[in-house]
Design a protein around this ligand. Structure first.
Ligand code: MSP
Length: 549
């Protein structure tokens, strides 16, 4: 076991967060991917014997929501209630197990935001000023002159858009409150570049470098406008003691991570940062899309520094799911599929598997959504590898007694010894990928192993060897083959638990693996399982045939 895993075993609670999702319209497959990564990360830690905690929720304030409700002819609160329920139900259907669900319209969150505001104001880190710039409602972000460009809209009108998101901006000049973000530049750079170099706080490296270059750019880090006039942007949290101003939606939203950990409960004491550390509110992994990394890697840590609160241990930035190379987004309306329909057709675990598996090239790379790829994976990897190995291991011709046979070590050949060695290397290989949330690569390792074992069984043809009843060497060889296949199936099923919790439960139940033996420390090849009875039945269709397209 590597050091990471050993350290995790010692830690009491591993905290992961997802971004909170805008409620301007229904969730799409990109949102599902974002939350799945976090769920898999938490389940991985539990598989390692560590308690984990996942927080998610919905981002319900701001002009974007206000506008969207207006268009639908309903109140913002009605829209928030409706859409927040949609997200919650999607997470339930997708097997996402969360511990906290923060809605920014909740009273607990409003009091967290207002108490943080008051504290920052008392520290003279928030001041009244005026601000001008290009504001993009869709991104809820101000851009500078350098960050925008001219273009024409669908009707041929000249407009200005953000270079980064391509969405329309408008010029705004207004009085508001500013947060002294510029004061934190050096500390932020030190935080990002310092510490344990082996494990950078921002992953992947390319995104870390991007954030660093933003911080080190000639423009430097400017103070941040953290409120909007209520007249223009009234749907939000009121600035304490100033009803004319509403808290900026990103400042409001980022605080959800503190709300989720119980802020501002009595255990939290802003005067005594030590108390908050004892309360163990440190987040181990903020999982965010690359489009919102700068909010999490610059603004939020600066807020925490200002408040003397513990900084996150890691921020993982993932890529986007695209359609024809374009990010799937609510505003472009290019969502290729209804998630519920997808899950109904392929089953929840196959969808989870596919979305995570798509990142085998690394989570820094965008990937195009493809249902045909999902079908191919379902057939070739899930049905033909995992499902097939199970069918073989419980078939009448290979395992008539439905039990784990004896392992005859003295007749193991070099191929078999190599397979056993490979199986024993699996935990370390997958741990290394899991440490960086590279679960696509993690799955690739597991499925490659399954492929090797299936190939070996196909060549060995134990069903033929079993028929040679008078030949004791053939019998021993056949039992060895069955033993290795069963062990490979057990170990792969253990490893696949974080990604496919339902199917692996079925599998491990079938193999009669007791619940207390489903942890990583049980995932080495064992040679003494002889005699364990499998659950009755020679047939099980783990991955049924798909309907023809
Ligand atoms: N509300 C803000 C986050 C505030 S967190 C304090 C927000 N919401 S969002 O609904 O637009 O996006 C939520 C998450 O979904 C982000 O991590 C974003 O990157 C992710 N995704 C949105 N579209 C996506 C894809 N097409 N592909 C992958 N992830 C996608 O930003």
């Amino acid at each position: 076991m590597n050091t990471m895993t050993t350290n995790m075993l010692k830690r009491s609670l591993y905290r992961v967060t997802t971004p909170i999702f805008y409620v301007n319209s229904k969730p799409h497959v990109g949102h599902l991917y974002s939350v799945l990564l976090a769920d898999v990360d938490c389940r991985w830690k539990r598989f390692n014997g560590c308690d984990s905690w996942l927080s998610t929720g919905t981002d319900e304030h701001g002009q974007k929501i206000q506008k969207s409700a207006q268009l639908k002819n309903i109140s913002p609160q009605q829209l928030c209630d409706m859409m927040s329920a949609e997200y919650r139900s999607l997470f339930d259907i997708a097997g996402v197990k969360y511990d906290e669900y923060v809605r920014t319209t909740q009273r607990r969150h409003q009091s967290a935001v207002q108490s943080i505001w008051t504290r920052l104001r008392d520290l003279d880190l928030i001041y009244k000023g005026s601000h001008s710039g290009w504001y993009c409602i869709a991104d809820e972000t101000f851009y500078t002159d350098q960050q925008i460009m001219d273009t024409v809209d669908d009707d041929g009108n000249k407009i200005k858009v953000s270079v980064e998101s391509g969405r329309q901006v408008e010029w705004i000049q207004e009085d508001n409150y500013m947060f002294k973000l510029s004061e934190f530049k050096d500390r932020l750079i030190k935080w990002i570049t310092g510490g344990d170099n082996e494990r950078s706080v921002i992953y992947p490296q390319s995104q870390r470098n991007l954030i660093l270059s933003l911080l080190q750019s000639a423009d430097g880090l400017k103070d941040l406008s953290v409120s909007r006039p209520s007249q223009r942007a009234g749907w939000g949290i009121q600035v304490p003691d100033d009803p004319t101003q509403t808290v900026y939606v990103w400042f409001d939203a980022l605080i959800n991570y503190l709300t989720a950990t119980g802020f501002p409960s009595p255990v939290w004491n802003l005067q005594s940062p030590k108390a908050s550390i004892e309360y163990n509110a440190t987040i181990d992994n903020h999982i965010v899309g690359k489009d919102i990394l700068k909010f999490h890697a610059i603004i939020y840590p600066a807020m925490l520094m200002a408040l003397n609160l513990p900084l996150p241990r890691r921020i993982t930035s993932h890529s986007h799911i695209t359609v024809n190379g374009q990010k799937i987004s609510k505003s472009s309306g290019n969502a290729p599929v209804e998630i519920n329909q997808l899950i109904n057709t392929y089953g929840v675990d196959a969808v989870r598997y596919h979305l995570i598996r798509e990142t085998e090239g690394g989570i820094q790379n965008d990937f195009d959504y493809s249902e045909s790829m999902l079908r191919i994976r379902y057939q070739i990897e899930l049905a033909d590898q995992l499902g097939n190995l199970l069918s073989r291991c419980i078939s009448k011709s290979m395992n008539s007694k439905l039990e784990v046979p004896e392992l005859h070590k003295q007749v193991l050949d070099s191929t078999e010894q190599k397979l056993i060695d490979e199986l024993n290397r699996l935990p370390e290989l997958v741990s290394n990928h899991a440490e960086d949330c590279e679960y696509g690569r993690y799955l690739q390792v597991v499925v490659n192993n399954l492929r090797m074992v299936n190939q070996y069984v196909g060549l060995k043809e134990p069903w033929k060897l079993f028929k040679q009843t008078g030949d004791s060497l053939s019998q021993k060889n056949a039992y060895n083959c069955l033993y290795i296949a069963l062990e490979s199936l057990r170990i792969s099923s253990l490893m696949l638990q974080p990604v496919m919790p339902q199917k692996t439960t079925e599998l491990l139940d079938k193999l009669s693996v007791p619940p207390e033996c489903r942890h990583i420390n049980q995932s080495q090849f064992q040679s003494a399982l002889t005699g364990r009875k499998l659950a009755p039945g020679h047939k099980i269709h783990l991955f049924p045939r798909l309907p023809i397209n």
